[in-house]
Design a protein around this ligand. Structure first.
Ligand SMILES: N[C@@H](CCC(=O)N[C@@H](CS)C(=O)NCC(=O)O)C(=O)O
Length: 202
């Protein structure tokens, strides 16, 4: 399997962290890509018309996207502890946490594009500020719930790790730790996992 990814992409990191945690990492050949909404990557577009990473190309030529689909696909390939609970309330809670963390990442990546790809005089400040509010409201929700998640590993928790890693990487001045002390404590330990250390964004 080939994974189109970038070492800076938090969505691709979700896939890689899951692959480490489930013992599948050696089955994946990472293909690093450079792309943005205004500079699509031809190899990615050929497999995924939306042009986004992560995109997983299976050996039979089938392309899978987006990160949620890829993660759930990979989770079916191993016999260990599942990252997607199979049924019941824990499944829906975990999927909702995944949606929340993906939503934070969407907002963060959109801010990154707005501030990095656009000249300053064309940036829409109100829009950026409202994306930030989405991030901070969502972090406040996770801060309330993180004690119940300590010691748990699933796709939602992996999402939290990727969110915090991305905020440190792209928005260190936002000081999320000041707003979320419990999350900061949780991340100290979670970030030590081999899966996190091996996928640090750069
Ligand atoms: N919902 C997608 C989001 C993926 C995404 O936004 N990827 C960014 C990189 S972090 C991308 O490929 N951007 C290029 C573009 O927007 O055209 C997922 O979960 O995989």
């Amino acid at each position: 399997m080939k994974l189109f990814y970038s070492p800076a992409s938090p969505f691709a990191r979700k896939v890689l962290v899951l692959a480490y945690e489930t013992g599948l990492i050696d089955q994946i050949t990472p293909v690093a890509c450079v792309l943005s909404p205004v500079a699509p990557n031809a190899s990615v577009v050929e497999e995924n018309p939306i042009g986004k990473i992560p995109t997983l190309l299976l050996d039979n030529g089938t392309a899978l996207y987006d990160s949620r689909v890829i993660c759930e696909y990979l989770d079916e390939l191993h016999e260990g502890k599942k990252m997607f609970p199979p049924a019941g309330s824990s499944r829906w809670e975990t999927l909702t946490l995944q949606s929340l963390t993906d939503g934070i990442l969407d907002a963060a990546v959109l801010i990154r594009y707005e501030t990095y790809e656009r000249s300053e005089q064309h940036q829409w400040r109100e829009w950026i500020e409202n994306q930030k509010l989405k991030i901070f409201r969502s972090l406040a929700r996770i801060e309330k719930e993180i004690e119940n998640l300590t010691g748990t590993l699933n796709i939602g928790v992996i999402g939290i790790g990727c969110v915090l890693g991305y905020l440190d990487f792209r928005f260190p001045d936002e000081n999320w730790r000041n707003r979320c002390p419990k999350l900061a404590e949780w991340f100290l330990e979670f970030n030590q996992r081999t899966s996190m250390q091996s996928t640090r964004p750069h």
